[in-house]
Design a protein around this ligand. Structure first.
Ligand SMILES: NC(=O)c1ccc[n+]([C@@H]2O[C@H](COP(=O)([O-])OP(=O)(O)OC[C@H]3O[C@@H](n4cnc5c(N)ncnc54)[C@H](OP(=O)(O)O)[C@@H]3O)[C@@H](O)[C@H]2O)c1
Length: 302
């Protein structure tokens, strides 16, 4: 009886998820559902590369703490780290504990080494530094020794040590391999670069992810900040208000989120004003296809 009840609950949750539009708005904030489970996530998260690698500097640590506080207060949940990011995992774990926000976060990190046992050791160290017993999402960073780690991650998921498994890369040269792995069907999350200056994933990869029921996290949404240099000193066009954009950051993020295959975008910042700006993208309208094309044409003309 119990297993039948569980089956019906799971089937009901999945049916509900399928019936929801790919992108939908809660009362206040834009959320997207993880295709494999129907779990909803706020569509803007926080990247920690470089910006949270601040363990040795009290001033920068305080900035990171205020950024995480504003992030959670503004409805953010997804935080992405990696053992490659210096002290970022340790700082994220420490600040989440100090702010008592750990239960609100959806914590993602990565494995970035070769070999089964080194991978296991690294993932256990990451979980200790992040102060989690069960990780929301573990991703194979830049496809390093991907088959070895996916085998471990499947076992860890079955044992309940992680909730979701994923793969990441930051460069279009890896999109073909990412697409092949995603098409096999058991990848919960794909993390990949996608932006107005790096739009390649939109050609095939995001469609492959949608077809395979794989959630998509977008990294490098501002091409590491380079996009702000292109618009420096330029006002937003008036028509950008139709898409609910109050800043260039929101213009860039809304262009990304108008693609329904995208589950969450993770801009990196240690600036509380910037994180509030980025989370502001969760409210207001998204551009339709025509407006999205206009946004791309305008940005290309600058
Ligand atoms: N292979 C991988 O798995 C991989 C590769 C790359 C990135 N990632 C993940 O993706 C995250 C994001 O990528 P990224 O950090 O490389 O680049 P990004 O998010 O495209 O750009 C970060 C830069 O944008 C600036 N910024 C952020 N919000 C802003 C705002 N509202 N207004 C003005 N400037 C703003 C930041 O400066 P301030 O600090 O001054 O705000 C920072 O210099 C990383 O942190 C990491 O978690 C993963």
């Amino acid at each position: 009886m119990e297993s039948r009840r569980r089956f019906l609950q799971t089937a009901g949750a999945l049916l509900g998820a399928l019936l929801m539009p790919a992108g939908s708005r809660g009362a206040e904030r834009l959320e997207r559902r993880i295709p494999k489970t129907g779990e909803a996530l706020p569509a803007v998260g926080l990247g920690t590369w470089q910006v949270f690698d601040v363990a040795g500097d009290a001033k920068e640590l305080a900035e990171a703490k205020e950024t995480l506080r504003v992030f959670v207060d503004s409805g953010g949940r997804v935080v992405d780290s990696s053992p490659m990011y210096g002290s970022s995992e340790q700082v994220t774990g420490q600040l989440a504990a100090e702010l008592s926000v750990r239960p609100k976060l959806f914590v993602a990190t990565k494995v970035w080494t070769s070999g089964k046992q080194p991978g296991i050791r690294q993932m256990e160290d990451s979980m200790r530094r992040l102060r989690v017993e069960r990780l929301d999402l573990m991703q194979v960073h830049n496809l390093v020794d991907v088959q070895t780690h996916l085998t471990t991650l499947r076992d860890w998921k079955a044992a309940g040590r992680i909730r979701y498994l994923g793969i990441t890369h930051y460069h279009s040269g890896a999109h073909a391999e990412l697409g092949k792995l995603v098409s096999k069907g058991d990848i919960d999350f794909l993390q990949v670069n996608y932006s107005l200056v790096e739009p390649e994933a939109g050609r095939r990869l995001l469609g492959a992810a949608a077809g395979a029921g794989t959630a998509v996290i977008v990294n490098r949404p501002f091409a590491e900040g380079a996009m702000f240099r292109r618009v420096k000193g330029r006002a937003l066009p008036d028509w950008a208000k139709e898409a609910g954009c109050a800043s260039w950051a929101q213009f860039f993020l809304k262009w990304i989120l108008a693609e329904p295959a995208v589950t969450c975008v993770i801009p990196g910042t240690r600036n509380p004003r910037h994180v509030a700006d980025n989370l502001g993208t969760l409210s207001g309208p998204l551009p339709d296809a025509a407006l999205r094309r206009r946004m791309a044409e305008h940005f290309d003309s600058l």
